[in-house]
Design a protein around this ligand. Structure first.
Ligand code: GTP
Ligand code: MG
Ligand code: ZN
Length: 306
């Protein structure tokens, strides 16, 4: 239910048990930074003092994974395991909406075969015609790619009922930059939780990294939601250059039209993707995201296979 990296809250027979992890999992030379993650199904042995030891982890269904941040080069950070859908949360402002983050998140979810969606919070902060039109364009873009999109204001309690319905009876995870309102949202969906939320820094307009550990919570109408700490970036891992385009739903139908079967849709002649761009049939922001991911993979930064 919750992982601090040294202690794990495990729910067993309706009780919460403080557990540690058997050393073996830590020493296994894993490509993951964390041996046990929120959402894992585990077997535990009880100690006499009522604490427990996790000694087995069941094979995982779909997980939400990103490249580990900082110095842990080549490792993956599993945010949550055994989930049905992953939601990338952004705010329209405070902090500024980051489409690069969204696109990386959607690619990583697709690479794990994990259904994903977009939650746009703080729509109460929308000011002016232009901002409204920009948001509408963004929503149309992602809905057009068949991702569910919810526009909400946790503060004004707008759009929550619809979102609550979409979350019902399944296990979801919310992830995004710090300060977008992930925990505020969970507190509203599950009244009584009263999890700590944080202010936005006046100096940077960004969140202050209030949530420090991922945690899984039952929702009142059924299902579970995993809250996660704010992320500065959502890096790719475990992807090959040749796979990338397949995780952009709008590129997939174009791919057979490229002259070269290994076309990267960057510099090659007779590229159906570039033709679509030139003719205004392909969203520029998505192509920018694609190229930035492509160069990233070429540099080896996101590719665990090298
Ligand atoms: N204006 C506005 N502010 C909101 C809304 N939702 C949340 N906030 C505020 O945004 C700030 C950050 O909210 P949190 O819920 O702590 O954000 P978080 O995404 O959990 O952040 P981390 O735990 O740091 O990752 C708080 O001051 C909230 O009151 C909203 O819909 N509109
Ligand atoms: Mg939080
Ligand atoms: Zn091409």
């Amino acid at each position: 239910m919750r992982s601090t990296g040294s202690w794990y809250d495990v729910e067993a027979a309706g009780e919460r048990i403080d557990c540690t992890v058997r050393g073996k999992f830590r020493l296994s030379g894993s490509r993951e930074t964390n041996p046990v993650v929120v959402g894992d199904r585990v077997s535990i042995r009880l100690n006499e003092d009522g604490t427990g030891v996790i000694f087995r982890i069941a094979p995982r269904d779909r997980s939400l994974v990103r490249r580990a941040a900082g110095r842990q080069i080549g490792k993956s950070h599993v945010l949550a395991a055994n989930i049905d859908r992953a939601w990338v949360v952004q705010a329209v402002d405070e902090p500024k909406l980051n489409t690069g983050f969204v696109d990386r998140f959607l690619v990583m979810a697709a690479s794990q075969d994990l259904p994903a969606g977009l939650i746009i919070n703080k729509i109460d902060l929308l000011e002016g015609k232009q901002a409204r039109a920009d948001l509408k364009e963004l929503v149309t873009l992602y809905e057009g790619l068949s991702y569910p999109v919810f526009q909400i204001s946790a503060e004004r309690k707008k759009g929550l009922r619809k979102l609550g319905k979409a979350l019902r009876d399944s296990t979801s995870v919310v992830a995004g930059p710090s300060g977008v309102g992930k925990t505020t949202l969970l507190n509203l969906l599950s009244p009584g939780l009263d999890l700590r939320t944080g202010e936005i820094s006046q100096a940077t307009g960004k969140g202050t990294h209030t949530t420090t550990f991922a945690s899984l919570h039952p929702l009142p109408d059924g299902g579970y939601l995993v809250d996660t700490p704010g992320l500065r970036e959502f890096g790719l891992i475990g992807l090959e250059v040749g796979q990338l385009a397949h995780y952009f739903p709008e590129m997939v139908p174009l791919l057979p039209g490229c002259r070269f079967p290994n076309c990267t849709h960057d510099h090659e002649p007779s590229c159906a993707v570039k033709d679509a761009i030139d003719e205004g049939r392909f969203p520029i922001s998505r192509y920018d995201s694609y190229l930035s991911m492509l160069y990233n993979l070429h540099l080896g930064a996101g590719d665990v296979g090298r």
